[in-house]
Write a new protein. Structure first.
Lengths: 347, 347, 347
């Protein structure tokens, strides 16, 4: 991270500076552990008292939090002003410290991790594949036949891209991503290290002798635009047709998406979630950590599932669900209280 | 996929053609989304009405399904004949549409994904290792000392094969598979992208100072023939002896098999299953998604475990089990009803 | 494994030899499956009867086990002496057979898997990065800018190391490990194949239009010394600051550690455990298989969590916990008995 002065930051954010405009920060840190070279932020009332104790060089604070403490009853604002007068921390008041922090993080991130460009050697690019200007192909990356790459794609080292794959513009494939043949990845997607897209769906059929025979999986995977996929997550190709991940879906690490699944736009799949074959997940859902969904079911839009819940059948109504099998969250919470009570009784 | 006429397909399958033998299809799709260039199939009575509405060019139908609808009460068969007369879809009646579809999928699959052959550069093949005729070694693949490869093995790019490993004939290692030293992979196996075979088992022993010391893991992993292993699945080497995956076992994505486990033939391990150390799983079992099994237990042949169940102790009898800890499925289902009811009461 | 005589082993271990000092062994195996060329061990009384039936060439036995069987009531010791007289097995009595076995396994392991050295070609080492004497850089390994490597590091093929990463001395990165930019790995660590360290934390914030915007993750991951990380495990970088894995922590396969998590020293995370963002796990804890921990909670030192348990809130007291949500293990066990009983009743 480069070094910025409090004055520069206030100017960029259009914030109101209290304290020394010349204080320099070169990193960001949470308010509780920040040192004098750190920028930090307070967006929640309960952290306001930390303004008295933090060692952060510069702190972004949501203006309205301070406003609500201007009354004579409040003891906070006086020490804060004292602190600023003592040049212990410089405070920048902004409309929304979280949003302002996000804006700064974007700037910092672009400085820390500028887009990579160019082709490193040795890499394996099948003849006839066009590498767009401004793209990055890392060493030991493998690009198969008829692959189409959008402008500005970043293909890190040790990535494997099978035949006929399409990668949309601006998409990043981190180290060791593998995309099997015929899959389509949208624009502005991020696939983290070790992601596998397009492995065979899990389909077998016993033959007359009872031996499991593989059902060939000849479909593919389509991810639309603005999809992020966490490290070592796996998405299987469809038996026929496509496994579909719609736009703006965010998938965490070690998630499993089986063949012919369809996930609706803007849904979150947290770490270690598993979705079995042919299931259709709605839009704007949140499946929290380690949730499992059975195969061949449908999940309505706007559903939230508590951690480790098991979605055993179709869910028709938006709502909050918990437990395995997953039921209404309120009912589940009361039932777990009874469950615990039953273990506390000795009779 | 190449283009086939309805007449060619009927001839290959020995089916009875109803409609236009010249209709061409070049892809397969589920009956509900099929278009005029698609081949589809109906193997379940409930999808028969879709014969009236599907846009599929050619539909395979199990003969017996139609037979049961020939009675005067049935309104289905007449529109079907009408439809065929109108040349909307061509129907091919076969003894078993699913089996026929499997047969066709095999043909299509071989056309779409012909076996890869040859040695791409740069790859790393230790001196003295023989690459059989007809084998494939992709770019950036690494083959250690004394590795023995069977005829027709396919080693995709970025695969790592440690010293003294044996890979049986016809086996496919997709991109980024890693096999540690001394492991043995059988014939006709498929290891999907990112699979790790032979990593150290998880064994530690605190020393006199209470510091965890590693117990060296000097065994290996043996997978017999016709084993399929899903993407990013991990199988640890034995402390001593072997972790054994018997023949015809099918393992889905992100499964964990710990050291010294033995899995019996023809068993299914679905996605995200975890089996702890030294446990012995029987033959013809099904462990569905996210099931966990404790260490040092035995599981009888022919057991089925519901999703997310936790196998806490040895299971002596074939049957269906659910819950964590896993119990008889019928008892578990009734207990979960009571559990839910207990949360619905307000007293 | 090289060949050793019973006499050599007894000398190395300072044990008391009973039987033929010239018997040669060249491998180790569990007592029940050992053959005449195997070394085995008995550390538990219940395996003592196997001394009569084992085919092991040499067996290490904890001295005190035999002592407790010297009484006239015990029929064991006589056949053992008979057996040794018959030269069926040679027994070496040691103070602690498990410890002695560990000592031997260490020796064997060093013989079987000597430290790799040298730089294989092609590899990608950014100009200016110093490769210490005695280090190993495998083919197709990628080493970014300003990477600092300690003495004796072993970097296997297809490893990716991003810019500014530090790897401590003696650390092993097995095939296909990926370490993102700016992360720090301690000394004497082992990262198994497919591990991902430093992928982005899972952080998003909806914008004014309800579209999920990525919160840049500009922190890093720090693992201290003597940490082992299992195959395909993922550890996300912090949003700000560091995700921290303290010294002597042992992590199994397919574990997920989210951004800004801190795990205390000497804790075990078994396979498929998931820890959500900003959670602080204490020292000397054991999270067994498939355990999940919610985000933003604290877990006290010396806690044990049963398999598949779900840690929904902070845990303040050392102890054993089970269930989802995780509660006191004793209460949980009784409650599960009641749960099962409720499913057995027909009323």
């Amino acid at each position: 991270m480069m070094e910025f002065s409090a004055g520069q930051i206030a100017a960029v954010l259009g914030g109101k500076l209290m304290g020394d405009a010349n204080v320099m920060v070169r990193d960001v840190a949470p308010i509780e552990s920040a040192q004098s070279h750190h920028l930090s932020f307070i967006t929640d009332e309960k952290y306001l008292p930390m303004l008295e104790t933090t060692h952060a060089g510069v702190v972004l604070v949501t203006q309205s939090l301070l406003d609500s403490h201007q009354s004579p009853e409040t003891k906070l604002i006086a020490p804060l002003r004292q602190r600023i007068t003592n040049h212990q921390s410089t405070v920048i008041l902004v409309e929304n410290a979280r949003g302002a922090m996000g804006q700064l993080l974007q700037m910092v991130s672009k400085t820390m991790f500028p887009a990579k460009k160019g082709i490193e050697q040795p890499s394996f690019i099948t003849e006839g594949v066009a590498i767009p200007d401004g793209a990055y192909v890392g060493a030991f990356a493998y690009i198969g036949r008829n692959v189409r790459l959008g402008a500005g794609v970043q293909i890190y080292p040790n990535v494997y891209i099978g035949d006929n794959v399409t990668i949309g513009e601006g998409t990043i494939l981190y180290a060791g991503v593998k995309v099997y043949a015929n899959c389509q990845i949208g624009k502005q997607c991020i696939l983290h290290a070790g992601v596998v897209v397009g492995s065979d769906g899990f389909g077998f059929e016993p033959d007359a002798q009872g031996v499991n025979q593989k059902i060939p999986q000849i479909g593919n995977v389509i991810t639309e635009d603005d999809v992020e996929i966490g490290a070592n997550t796996t998405i299987d190709r469809a038996m026929m047709g496509s496994t579909v991940v719609h736009k703006n879906i965010k998938i965490d690490n070690l998630v499993q998406i089986a063949h012919n699944v369809e996930v609706g736009e803007s849904t979150f799949l947290c770490a270690q979630v598993g979705i079995a074959g042919s299931t259709k997940v709605g839009k704007h859902c949140i499946l929290t950590g380690q949730v499992g969904a059975a195969g061949h079911i449908e999940i309505a839009d706007n559903c939230i599932f508590g951690a480790q819940s098991g979605i055993a059948g179709s869910i028709r109504k938006p709502g909050m669900y918990m437990g395995s099998p997953a039921i209404d969250a309120g009912i589940w919470r009361r039932a777990t209280v009874r469950f615990k009570q039953s273990g506390q009784r000795n009779n």
